[in-house]
Design a protein around this ligand. Sequence first.
Ligand SMILES: [Zn+2]
Ligand SMILES: [Zn+2]
Length: 271
Amino acid sequence: MTRDVWLSRHPYLQPVADLHARVDAALAEVFIPSPAIPIWDDYLDDFYAGVPLLRSSMIAIDLNPVETAVVALVEELASKVLPGRLAKETRALHAELHQDPDAPRRAVAWLLASDSFTPACPGLLQYLGWAVLARYLHPIVKAFESWRDEERWLRNYCATCGSPPAMAQLVGTDPGRLRLLSCGRCGTRWRYRRTGCPFCETEGDHRLTLLAVEGEGGLRIDHCEACGGYLKTYNGEGSESVLLADWTSLHLDIVALDRRLKRLALSLYEL
Ligand SMILES: [Zn+2]
Ligand SMILES: [Zn+2]
């Protein structure tokens, strides 16, 4: 499944696809250096204790380049002709990041949930900030993936940044079928129990109920009767970049909300 085919079948996703393309084009103009890869042994105890990589005090990941790049991305976007609301919010964010020399540092700390910074447009900062962070962290996420023992994590939050999952994927064939959760922020994918709800962690009687949606290329909605949460799940392999992108299945969120299910997954699309 390619993105263009998907979009031709779901034309109502075009505005969000356009936003993506716009931000990607602006991001391509921003210099993002390669981060130093952490010394994994220093992090081992925290990993076993369930502390996500970015929240560990045992290693330091230099986020200064992210601060500079977020400011540069907002500047790049602000220099373009943008549609109404995006133009207004981008200008507000631009002003906010320049009003105080400490603002970029606080904004990035806020993205990692460690600052009380209160942005005027939290949705836009979240979206742009994580676009930069995900790109910067990509080499670390890849190295972390090959270093960590998945069996020793199996938690309901992202091993890299600590976010709840945005989506899930079922991979492999029985008896070795696995469920992977995916992070909508940093792009990490990690293994979780195959059954049970990753939000309230209820097992047993309250198994996830399946809500199949016809003609959706293997996408479905799994929901939990205990907490009412749902998780969009890709039951297939090969089209991860399209089907696990979260925004490409925003219409499933609408189906789920119509059925009074709760989105407990993290969303970058609240803008
Ligand atoms: Zn993450
Ligand atoms: Zn639940």
